[in-house]
Ligand binder design. Structure first.
Ligand SMILES: [Zn+2]
Length: 174
């Protein structure tokens, strides 16, 4: 079974209530031996995810997963009025560009993207304006890193959308 699984870093959490989280589409694998036969010891519903304590049937390694069956289904109303499905990748691209060469690891950046995605989907509305998404991103980056925040803000404000931001940032990198 393929589920939306978050892999928890086993280092002490550094930021956020869930520590360092990375979301990937993957079968549920034991972090030690990479086998998929695990047993659920405990299951608890939390705000963002179902938290499960698992034990590997093969090597007996115990680990915690935060799971979600599928990414949020939500639609984005663009400035042009066009509507499209929300895509995590689009949000993520702009954020990775803002954090380029900043001292943040992938798992930290993924954690920030998770926070942003949670805010976007929190109200359970099925539709969200692209401007609201931009504002949520700006708020979260402001907390996380001044440079990433200013980069995103300057490009977002002058180009009007994360998509244009991405194109412009890509040009700069060439
Ligand atoms: Zn194992």
């Amino acid at each position: 079974m393929v589920i939306y699984q978050s892999v928890i870093s086993f280092n002490p959490p550094r930021r956020g209530p869930f520590g360092v989280i990375r979301l990937v589409w993957s079968p549920m694998l034991c972090p030690e031996c990479k086998k998929s036969d695990t047993k659920v010891l405990d299951s608890r519903n939390e705000i963002r995810f179902v938290r499960r304590r698992r034990e590997c049937l093969r090597c007996k390694f115990r680990f915690t997963t935060y799971e979600r069956i599928e990414p949020p289904k939500i639609q984005v109303i663009k400035r042009s009025g066009a509507v499209e499905d929300y895509q995590r990748g689009k949000v993520a691209n702009g954020i990775y560009l803002a954090f380029e060469k900043r001292p943040f690891g992938t798992s930290e950046i993924e954690g920030i993207i998770n926070d942003i995605e949670f805010e976007i989907t929190r109200h359970k509305d099925k539709m969200v304006h692209s401007k609201q998404i931009g504002d949520i991103i700006i708020e979260r980056l402001k907390e996380a890193d001044e440079v990433a925040y200013l980069r995103f803000l300057s490009v977002y404000k002058s180009f009007g959308s994360a998509r244009k931001f991405q194109r412009e940032a890509e040009k700069l990198n060439k």
